[in-house]
Design a protein around this ligand. Structure first.
Ligand SMILES: Nc1nc2c(c(=O)[nH]1)N[C@H]1C(S)=C(S)[C@@H](COP(=O)(O)OP(=O)(O)OC[C@H]3O[C@@H](n4cnc5c(=O)[nH]c(N)nc54)[C@H](O)[C@@H]3O)O[C@H]1N2
Ligand SMILES: Nc1nc2c(c(=O)[nH]1)N[C@H]1C(S)=C(S)[C@@H](COP(=O)(O)OP(=O)(O)OC[C@H]3O[C@@H](n4cnc5c(=O)[nH]c(N)nc54)[C@H](O)[C@@H]3O)O[C@H]1N2
Ligand code: SF4
Ligand SMILES: [Mo]
Length: 672
């Protein structure tokens, strides 16, 4: 038997996770045989999460798509036959030419999100869709409101480096399920705890994160965190814990907030809104106000409500009251923005868009496909995304995808819920099979990676596929003949000013590199006024003030808990991970279950005006009364009924930035 030598190749985890881990792939011939965390990666420190422990099982899964497919059965049936790439490109470009002639470019709509976070592959479609004059997708699916709220107060100011939390003496983990979604942040948290720091988790239910690291857990009613922030500010002012000198020097408008809004948020009123007792609120305010260097790590869950941007604005104000950002270990981290490090126009080519085209909001894809606009959407091109599973209002999406006159192309690694509705399915490479460069929204690292193995079967990367389609459409720009490596060379050779300070030789060698941070980066306020804008005259509500979320008619709020074993709908291809996640379930408080005469593990139907979903019931006192918690996002094939969680979620948008409102829904529950 020939002995195959194993080599170790550097790569990056491509998934939509703030950790953007450095990977070491063990490669034997054309096979990835194992994966480890890169010990030389400053944030990964050699440790991977359970999802990625066997990435080779995803890469070499027997379920991987390996040839282009043409639909042979009804939409949604999953009946296809293999065709060649030449035939697939011919069919797609032929249909697009017909649609362009009859309806114009805006009848074509791309639908993509974050299946890969690689800068090249994620944005590879932009140039071709610009050339087509296609409708543009407003990609605000994840946490647009959170970013908007930060910007309203802090502008483009850099957020705290996660490792600063190790220097903090009080860490608030606010609406983040760190153990599942950001495990490497536990490193600085545990470091800080060793030095005596206290950790508070602010949540809607007691999560595994709360159980793992919290000294105190505060459970709030969904969508009321903004009121909690105002209550904390009220007590900080009342009890003389505010740093007035800092506010005077570095913030704008605090006196206005103090005089007009804060008096209304008495602890008693805030307790009535949030469900947090006056004692707990006061204790947190005192702990926060007296901490040497308090650090707030915000997740995204609390911003997926109709008042999400306002909530983000209010929480972002808190550190300013203490001047926390002026101290090592103090400040706040939501999502880092390292956008200015790269010149993304090299990939997205906005100059290819002859005239501005309409925007379609990603959260309202269902409406876009069913309420026919002018022009109607006649072709949908889906890549690195699974709209049928993860976008809100699943029934509406499925109704749209089932339209016989909609020409749908899905470029995928697996036969997802969405791919089953395609006319043409194209096989996509995994991150091990293509080149890319990565940045992170949870730390300041960047890294360039090469393909580690050849594509599985006939799979092609997003970049190669879009070049092929563009050439098939007759677009003769030399751009569409560049290789992945050539585009990446240019991206690194012409960096934004920030990346210019980093070591490009190291980047090109594939090593993890940290973007340089000025010594006082948290205090360089990149706002129009140069100050922290507690009052922001450019906002429709200049003085921030809480207002209630949308809610709805049902008896319970329904929140999705990110699963430890899947990431959005990704990883559902690994049966071992799906088994660990367990059957599709919803958690409920024992008193609520008692009152509704429901028992543990029975099948229940959760419903609202948009749909009905069957779950297995888990009764647990980790969930407070009035709230239900669903575990992660499943594929339809693993649903006990006909639908998954997003049959209940809504296409409504957040107050600002047109973000998603996944958790801002009410439902009823009954026995099946
Ligand atoms: N294992 C795993 N990792 C993931 C993901 C995954 O699905 N699984 N998803 C990835 C993606 S795309 C993202 S955006 C990140 C998200 O990472 P996180 O921000 O950690 O996760 P979210 O699902 O946004 O919600 C975080 C928490 O917010 C809580 N929450 C909901 N509503 C409220 C509220 O009104 N107030 C408060 N205080 N808390 C509330 C939820 O109970 C949940 O525990 O994780 C990424 N990483
Ligand atoms: N109810 C509910 N719904 C949610 C959420 C929630 O908490 N609750 N979370 C929301 C959030 S935060 C987000 S970010 C979205 C995520 O939404 P998406 O970004 O759509 O994420 P996934 O569901 O993981 O689907 C990604 C798909 O991309 C494919 N893929 C991976 N790499 C490549 C590639 O290189 N090329 C191509 N062509 N395909 C590739 C994968 O096989 C996978 O099927 O979901 C949202 N949906
Ligand atoms: S999913 Fe996140 S924590 Fe897990 S390996 Fe990837 S980047 Fe790291
Ligand atoms: Mo997300």
């Amino acid at each position: 038997m020939k002995c195959m030598t194993t080599t170790v190749k550097r790569s990056v985890c491509p998934f939509d996770c703030p950790d953007a881990c450095g990977l070491l792939l063990e490669v034997a011939g054309d096979q990835v045989t194992g994966v480890r965390g890169d010990p030389a990666h400053p944030y990964t420190r050699g440790v991977l999460c359970p999802k990625m422990a066997h990435y080779e099982r995803t890469i070499h899964s027997p379920l991987r798509l390996s040839t282009p497919l043409l639909r042979t059965g009804p939409k949604g049936s999953g009946d296809f036959r293999a065709i060649s790439w030449t035939a697939a490109v011919e069919i797609i470009t032929q249909r697009w030419r017909e649609i362009l002639a009859r309806y114009g470019g805006e009848a074509i709509l791309p639908a993509s999100y974050a299946g890969t976070m690689g800068l090249l592959q994620r944005n590879a479609g932009d140039a071709m869709f610009h050339k087509l004059g296609a409708s543009r997708l407003e990609r605000t699916l994840c946490s647009a409101a959170k970013g908007n709220g930060w910007e309203a107060v802090m502008g483009k100011t850099l957020q705290a480096h996660p490792d600063e939390a190790a220097l903090s003496d009080l860490i608030l983990i606010w609406g983040a399920h760190t153990v599942a979604t950001n495990i490497h942040f536990l490193h600085p948290v545990r470091e800080a705890k060793k030095h005596g720091a206290k950790v508070w988790v602010i949540e809607t239910h007691e999560t595994a994160t709360a159980q793992a690291v919290a000294d105190q857990v505060l459970l709030v009613r969904p969508g009321t965190d903004g009121a909690l922030a105002l209550g904390l500010m009220h007590v900080l002012v009342r009890d003389g814990l505010v740093d007035r000198q800092f506010l005077q020097a570095h913030a704008q408008g605090f006196d206005q907030l103090e005089n007009t809004v804060l008096p209304r948020y008495t602890p008693a009123k805030v307790a009535a809104i949030t469900g947090v007792s006056v004692e707990a609120l006061t204790e947190l305010a005192h702990a926060y106000g007296k901490a040497r260097a308090p650090f707030i790590r915000q997740g995204s869950g609390l911003y997926r409500y109709g008042n999400g941007a306002m909530t983000a604005r209010l929480i972002t104000c808190l550190p300013a009251l203490l001047g926390a950002m002026d101290r090592p270990g103090g400040g706040a981290l939501g999502d880092l923005s390292t956008g200015s490090a790269f010149d993304m126009t090299i990939i997205s080519r906005p100059d290819f868009l002859a005239a501005p085209t309409r925007w379609v909001n990603i959260n309202q894809l269902g409406d876009a496909l069913t309420a026919l606009g002018d022009p109607p959407v006649m072709s949908l091109y889906v890549y690195q995304s699974n709209p049928a599973a993860v976008y809100p209002d699943q029934n509406c999406i499925l109704q749209g995808l089932a339209r016989e006159d909609l020409f749908t192309v899905v470029h995928e690694r697996f036969m997802t819920d969405t791919a089953k509705y395609a006319d043409i399915v194209l096989p996509a490479t995994s991150s091990a099979e293509h080149a890319d460069a990565y940045r992170s929204y949870g730390h300041y690292g960047v890294q360039r990676v090469k393909a580690c193995i050849p594509p599985i079967g006939e799979a092609k990367s997003n970049w190669d596929t879009f070049c092929l389609l563009a050439r098939g459409m007759g677009f003769d720009e030399p751009f569409f003949r560049l290789t992945e490596e050539q585009v990446l060379d240019e991206l690194i050779a012409k960096p934004g000013p920030w990346l210019a300070g980093a070591d490009s030789a190291k980047i090109n060698a594939g090593e993890p590199v940290s973007l340089p941070l000025p010594a006082n980066y948290k205090m360089l306020f990149r706002t129009p006024s140069g100050k922290i804008e507690i009052v922001n005259p450019a906002e429709p509500t200049p003085v921030p003030d809480w207002f209630p979320p949308y809610g709805g008619k049902g008896a319970y709020y329904l929140v999705t808990a990110p699963s430890l074993y899947t990431l959005n709908s990704s990883f559902n291809e690994q049966p071992e991970l799906v088994a660990k996640k367990g059957p599709m379930s919803v958690r409920m408080n024992p008193a609520d279950a008692n009152a509704s005469k429901l028992s543990d593990l029975q099948r229940v139907i959760v419903s609202n005006e948009r749909g009905e979903v069957t779950f297995f019931l888990k009764i647990t006192d980790t969930v407070p009364p009035g709230v239900l918690v669903a575990d992660g996002v499943s594929w339809l094939q693993d649903a006990p009924g006909l639908r998954t969680i997003n049959a209940l979620t809504s296409q409504r948008l957040t107050d600002r930035a047109h973000g998603s409102t996944f958790y801002d829904i009410k439902v009823d529950i009954r026995a099946e």
